[in-house]
Design a protein around this ligand. Structure first.
Ligand code: C2E
Ligand code: CA
Ligand code: CA
Length: 745
């Protein structure tokens, strides 16, 4: 079974595209943000290195200023002249500043420290010269002569009236500077260096295990267009710069700028990752959030689509699948119908619509129950569907009705194929092994016209109805003449009740006459429909319809009543009276109160029962001999006479007569007509008449039209003649006049 749910595929397409778009968007976003972060990282490293340089310069500047102030305070007083005084002074000053120690180095090279100790040439001659030359001096890293700590030495020249009195110096621990650099180390994630021009590490924060930056960075892999040499060059030539390199797979930005002291450089190193990390973390989180939302949406969408799919499936099942047989239902059949018919047409193969119905399925249900009935329908459906050929269609259109759209290259061939198929489908098995026959009837409309589907159904249905009317026929094809007949039948049916109310049905009487004298001995009541538009309608065109719909029961009783009313009047008016034969359809025999009804009505009109003759047709007799015997005996009991109508129209008539007693046998007019110019047939007729006479019944010959016929029938022993030779069926008034005339003759 196929459920074509295009929305489902489309929705998946949309989801897929959306996910793709979001992913692509995320990648681009990621790249953009990463690039932007890199730019920002570069900018911030430049800022950091500038801060580093400025802070360090400020710090050194401030320290040199403190030292300058100290030198000024020493220039005039005599403190310099007394060593103990100097030491006391220095000591006192030292407590006010942040230096490790302060001191004075005299031109003779003796350095006096605030701790009271002295050293010879603590600052070298070069250092002293540099200090005089630049008015200040900052040393490289060196060891404190007393504590062996790493220190820097700052010095300011001492002068008095242009005379060089020596240098005021101070020592500051490297650790102190390291702490100062910590402020520019980006919370400990970066590295801050103060380097000499040759890359010697003067101060670093945090401490590093190498002494020369350039040696260290030799191992690094520099970014494109950059190199260790370039950095070295830059620093040698006093340029500031920005570079990036990777060490041990970790990328770092490096920014360097010259300081105002000793040609030193401030250099900051920041791991790119750590800079970008937080931003990237945020980015990652927002991406994860995005993806989670997408995931939730996708799950939601899938859930909705699943529901949609399931409800579509359920709807499809409801709309297009027959719940019992699980085959197509009428809707599905209709949908596929045109396309399938066209496909066959394109191949030049005519197609037919066949409607199959299980006969008397209600009885099957009554006998076996609904559950078993359903099983049978399933088996029938299975068998019918199994008999389809390539491209043909099948459905259960309702209850016990099935439709087939079949190829019909040849009408006879299709007829045979369907007969065989219906035969197979009709063999249903109630239990394993026990198979019972079921009869199916089929109406076929050979699609020869482009008419709407419902009309095709109607036509197949009409064909089915015609098949149904012909006992023993499984399949009938639709034809136009039959359709007209049916339409006419419908028209008759729709107007019959009103016609009865309007008094359009009228009683005619046809005399049954004496052969020789032609005198009326009795009469037959025959109905006529005097239609206001169509005129007089003969009973042959409506009695069969009424037989089918049961209205004949009403009509027969109406004619009976008219006859009784007439007889009553004749008796009351003391007019000549003859008995009247009234026709009764076989349907009355199924009514157990038939005889009572007749008796009651005759008594109601006070008509002697002997004046009524009940005409029953031969076919009735043949149908159910037991019931017939019951009825005939009952009628005789009540004093009615009984006639067998249309004798000779069937073939087992003689046999029937052995078991049943009729007061009168009416020879069918066709039976007599067959004797015309046929001596052998005449022999048969005369034999039959003899036999009937032998059984004690009187004989009426119907349809006597010629003198010659009359002579023959009279000769062989018939008692009365009913035929145009003597009289046509007459309206009541005319019939009465005829009786009157006969008396006067
Ligand atoms: P039926 O009972 O065999 O009636 C005799 C039919 O033969 C009548 O046709 C009558 O007009 C016709 N007939 C009589 N003489 C001749 C003749 O010389 N030549 C020819 N060709 N026909 C002759 P009608 O009146 O058309 O009735 C036809 C059939 O309709 C009747 O056949 C009967 O079976 C049925 N019918 C008529 N009236 C009633 C009725 O009230 N109730 C029932 N159940 N059936 C009726
Ligand atoms: Ca009759
Ligand atoms: Ca007859």
């Amino acid at each position: 079974m196929k459920y074509k749910i295009t929305g489902f595929k489309r929705s998946f397409g949309i989801i897929f595209t959306a996910v793709l778009a979001v992913t692509a968007g995320s990648v681009v976003y990621w790249q953009q943000v990463t690039q932007r972060l890199a730019v920002e990282a570069r900018q911030s490293i430049v800022i950091v290195s500038r801060e580093l340089a400025e802070n360090f310069e400020r710090l050194l500047g401030a320290e040199l200023q403190v030292l300058t102030a100290l030198s000024v305070s020493l220039e005039e007083p005599d403190v310099l002249k007394s060593k103990p005084q100097l030491i006391t002074y220095l000591n006192r000053q030292n407590r006010r500043n942040s230096f490790e120690m302060t001191g004075v180095q005299f031109p003779n090279g003796e350095a006096v420290f605030s701790n009271g100790l002295t050293r010879k040439n603590f600052l070298s001659k070069d250092e002293v010269d540099t200090a005089y030359e630049h008015s200040h001096y900052v040393s490289s890293r060196r060891k404190d002569p007393f504590s062996q700590k790493n220190i820097l030495v700052l010095a300011i020249p001492l002068r008095s009236n242009g005379e060089k009195l020596g240098l005021v110096f101070a020592t500051q621990s490297v650790e102190f500077y390291e702490q100062a650099l910590a402020a520019s180390s980006m919370h400990g994630e970066g590295l801050s260096f103060i380097l000499t021009k040759t890359g010697e590490v003067v101060i670093s924060y945090p401490e590093v295990p190498f002494g020369n930056m350039f040696e260290f960075s030799q191992k690094a892999v520099f970014d494109r267009n950059l190199s260790n040499a370039q950095m070295k060059n830059d620093i040698a030539s006093g340029k500031e710069g920005l570079t990036g390199y990777s060490v041990d797979g970790l990328h770092r930005f490096v920014s360097y700028r010259p300081l105002a002291y000793n040609g030193w450089y401030g250099l900051s190193v920041l791991p790119t990752q750590s800079m970008a990390e937080k931003a990237q973390e945020l980015l990652l989180m927002s991406l994860i959030l995005c993806l989670s939302i997408i995931a939730v949406l996708v799950v939601l969408l899938i859930f909705i689509l699943r529901m949609q799919y399931q409800s579509s499936k359920a709807l499809y099942q409801m709309g297009f699948v027959d719940p019992l047989t699980k085959t197509d239902n009428l809707n599905a059949f209709r949908l596929k119908f045109s396309k399938t018919a066209e496909d066959f047409k394109a191949k030049g193969v005519p197609v037919a619509l066949a409607l199959v119905n299980v006969n008397r399925f209600k009885a099957v249900n009554d006998i076996y129950g609904f559950e078993q009935g359903d099983q049978i329908l399933k088996q029938v459906a299975e068998a019918l569907q199994g008999g389809l050929e390539e491209g043909e269609l099948f459905c259960r259109s309702g209850a016990d009705v099935f439709l087939l759209l079949v190829a019909c290259p040849n009408r006879d061939e299709l007829g045979r194929r369907l007969d065989a198929l219906l035969d197979r489908a009709g063999r249903f098995c109630r239990t394993e092994g026990e198979c019972l026959p079921l009869s199916l009837t089929c109406g076929v409309y050979l699609i020869d016209e482009d008419v709407p589907f419902y009309l095709m159904m109607d036509r197949a249905n009409l064909a089915w109805a015609s098949a149904k009317q012909h006992a023993g026929k499984t399949c009938a094809f639709y034809d136009e003449a039959y359709r007209r007949e049916i339409v006419n039948e419908k028209r008759i049916e729709s107007s019959m009740e009103q016609a009865m109310l309007n008094g359009e049905f009228q009683l005619y009487l046809q005399p049954k006459c004496d052969f020789k004298t032609g005198i009326t001995r009795s009469a037959e009541a025959l109905v006529r429909w005097e239609h206001p538009e169509k005129g007089l309608i003969p009973p042959d065109s409506f009695i069969p319809v009424f037989e089918r719909n049961g209205f004949v029961l009403k009509l027969d009783l109406f004619i009976l009543e008219e006859s009784l009313r007439l007889l009553k009047r004749w008796l009351e008016e003391e007019k000549p009276v003859v008995s009247i034969g009234v026709n009764f359809s076989r349907l009355h025999l199924e009514d157990p109160s038939f005889i009572d009804t007749l008796t009651d009505m005759a008594d109601q009109y006070a008509v002697p029962h002997s004046l009524l003759e009940i005409e029953l047709t031969e076919s009735v007799v043949f149908g159910n001999i037991e019931r017939m015997k019951q009825v005939i005996d009952g009628l005789h009991e009540k004093g009615f006479s009984v006639a067998m109508d249309d004798f000779g129209s069937g073939y087992s008539s003689l046999n029937v007569l052995k078991n049943l007693y009729f007061d009168c046998i009416k020879l069918d007019k066709e039976f007599l007509a067959r004797g015309e110019g046929n001596p052998r047939m005449r022999q048969v007729i005369s034999g039959a008449v003899k036999m009937i006479k032998g059984l004690g019944s009187s004989i009426v010959a119907e349809g006597v039209e010629t003198r010659e016929q009359a002579d023959f029938l009279n000769r062989i022993g018939c008692d009365m003649a009913q035929g145009y030779l003597f009289s046509r069926p007459l309206p009541v008034a005319e019939f009465e006049k005829r009786l009157q005339d006969e008396i006067q003759k």
